[in-house]
Each structure stands twice: as structure tokens, then as C-alpha cells.
Ligand binder design. Sequence first.
Ligand code: SF4
Length: 264
Amino acid sequence: MIQINNEEKRAKKRIFVGLLAGSLLLLVLIVFFAWCLVSWQVFFLNKIVLTVIIAAAIIFFILMSVGILGLIWSLWRSKELVPLQTFMHTATSFLFPIALRIGKFLGMSEEKIKNSYIQVSNQLVRTKTKLKAYKKVMVLAPHCLQWIHCPHKITIDVYNCKRCGHCPISDLIALSEEKAVNLEVVTGGTLARKAIKEKRPQAVVAIACERDLTSGIQDVVGFPVIGVVNERPEGPCANTRVNLDKVKEAIEFFQQGIAEEIMS
Ligand code: SF4
């Protein structure tokens, strides 16, 4: 079962990395086309200006390639590549919209591509934060996990929940108490950022849909966030669910360095 899950995760990551490489190839083709225009002098453009643009594009392409190769190496070896972090983040952020368009053009769903991006991001965070001791971990949960007819205002204070068990909030509270982490239920990205700013956690386990997780992760580049995609049996934004084992595993991952610290 674990082997199947690992295979699935690998396949998911391959989608995003493949699309990134495809985006880069597309850029190369554009540069090549521009170069052809210069060589054949099809247009009456200033040759020097165009040559400078092409040179800049080639340098950019090299830096992006370094970023993607660093990303592939880091994912493959599960090791952090500190000197290439900036290139890896820049390549991912810059090429992501292009990768998304190529993926859609190839008939892939936006959800699937974003899910792949989240898997890639999660592994990079895990590689980077392995065995570090995070004492202040926050779980950020979306409001849509709450039962739609529940009258209690858990976004103001999650402990307003009466723990009736009708939705996953009661289990998340129990888990956060067991693991001594802060739990916040938020209604969107702005409030999620506000919660992080106010509570100042060292690491975050964020539960959300692919769209919100992708934008949230991109907003806090460099900050340790493990994303857990929610389940939507009744469609988006209402009575959503979450796999508690995945949340628990992510919390334990961030906290494992504490045990190592105590033992050493
Ligand atoms: S578990 Fe809490 S939030 Fe969910 S329905 Fe019951 S009281 Fe409301």
C-alpha cells in the first residue's frame, strides 16, 4: 500500500517537473525563432537590440535550467541544494504559469497540475527541514471543513466548537491538543497570512484545496509549509473533509527534530 502511495506521489511530481521542463523548451523555441529572424533579417528590426535581447534570454534560460536541474536533483536525491535555492524558486515561480497553460493545452486538469506542484513543494520542504526542531507548529484549516449548518463561530475561536463530531473540526482540535500545536480555522488566504503574522509559527501544516494551497505556498516562499489537499465529497467549499493521518504525519514530521534534540 505504501509502495503504491509512493508510486502515486512520484507520478504526481513527474507531471509538474515535466511541465516545467516543457515550459523551458517552449522558451528556447521562442528564442530560437527570434534568432532565426535576426539571421535571415526577415524584419527590419535593429539587429543589435535584438541580439542583446537574445543574449539576455539565453542567460535567463541558463539560470532557469540551473534551477530546474537543481529541483530535479533535489527531488531525486531528497537532499537540499542550498546554493541553488534562489534559482529553484525563481524557475518554479516564473515557469509555473507557463507549465499550467501547457498542461491545460495537453488536456490535463488545472487541479491535477496544482496537486503535482504541491507534492513537489512538500518534498522540497521536507528535504530542507528534515530533523529540524520546530517547537511552534500551526495547523491552518479552511472554514469549509466545518459542517455547513453548524451555528458555532469557530473562525473567531476554534474552541467555540462543541465537538459534536459532525465534521472534522472536532478531530482536528483533538489532534492539535495531542500534538500541542496551534489550530486556526480561516476563511481565506488573507486571514491565513494574518494568522501566520500574528501567531508567528515556525512551520505550518496547511489544509486547503489545490487552488488555495498553490497560491498560499507561492505567497510564503521559503517558509516551511506542508500542504494537505482537502477532500470534497459534496463539491467545493462545503462540508469538505481531510485525511487526519496526513495532517498528523505532517505535524510529526516537523516535530521529529524535537525528539532527536532531547535524545542527543
Ligand atoms: S464538530 Fe464542532 S464545528 Fe463541527 S459541527 Fe460539531 S460543533 Fe460544529
